[in-house]
Design a protein around this ligand. Sequence first.
Ligand SMILES: C[S@@+](CC[C@H](N)C(=O)[O-])C[C@H]1O[C@@H](n2cnc3c(N)ncnc32)[C@H](O)[C@@H]1O
Length: 356
Amino acid sequence: MTEHAFPTFNIARLPKNLQGTFHALYSNGNTHESYLPVNGIYHGDAREILPKIEPNSVAASVWSPPYFVGKEYEAHLTFEDWQNLLESVINLHFPIIKPGGFLVINIADILVFKDHAMPRVQADAVNKKRSPVTREDVLSAMRKYPAYSRNQLAELLNCSEQTIDRRLHGNNIRGGKHESQTRVKIVGGMVERWALEAGFYPYDRRVWVKDAAWENSRWASLSYRSVDEFEYLYFFWKPGITKYDRDRLSAGEWKEWGSRGVWEFPSVRANDDHEAKFPLELPRRVIRLLTDPDEVVLDCFMGSGTTALAAIQENRRYIGIELEKKYVELAKSKIGSGMQRRLISESQNKNYADQP
Ligand SMILES: C[S@@+](CC[C@H](N)C(=O)[O-])C[C@H]1O[C@@H](n2cnc3c(N)ncnc32)[C@H](O)[C@@H]1O
């Protein structure tokens, strides 16, 4: 792709610090056949595969990265590794997104983030005291039987070991008594910084309201914290010409979700084949809002292939990248059946249209 491919895009109107990057991107005469073919799922680390995508070719990239919440596929990452991964991936997007195109990141704050420096939360859970044993009872038993273990004290006072521990040390309401404290880690600021440093501009942010995860809420009964029930979508824009086409959605769709800051639809019920899928509706909305048919949609944390399926449904082309071989296979087989379904429905529509 050359500068010629964007005849009305005036690089001179960009901030000075971006002009050099853009010139380099447009003047590399990239006629390389070696760029990754579209409509493919590629196995490997996003950081190694993203540079193989044709520069300025992706209309929208939509993905949900590891959230640093201890899933199987991210268990090996330290917090530093996780930050480096996201920072590099965002950075590597800048050359490949087309000018005026978008990077959309679906992410959530980390609700149980270990912080070794955080003071212990001493919870006085007045409604929850089931055992009548008081701290004074425990202390006086300890004075009387200084050699007693916690277990023996519990037996003596007819309560649980946990009660003994709670009376002595207070409740550690997040995590077990020997774990460090946990707090909320807000990720939006970090993502914004990485995107700005890469050359993108924050364009929009939306909230996806999903089902409330009561069952996952270890602390719900013993704190003032809310349950996990929403995530963010951060939209970053690469400077360039952006087509505004109000016909991409119907008037009803604009009203219902196109112009709305809050999107409400359920999360995936059965995470049977992948631990953390997003529902098809999420990439589908992003794709319909930001791209035209036949444009290229990217997901570099492809997982089970949801974004590719949405792209196929909406007649867009796709590129997917995934680290785990088993998910690459899963995505490919889902895409295979998705294509089949589409071909069948197209041929049924055609037969119907052919009827006299
Ligand atoms: C939150 S999941 C995405 C799920 C996907 N949206 C779906 O609907 O199935 C994140 C995915 O990123 C993959 N992953 C983790 N690190 C990666 C890396 N460095 N490069 C590519 N994929 C990676 C994980 O294996 C996981 O499948």
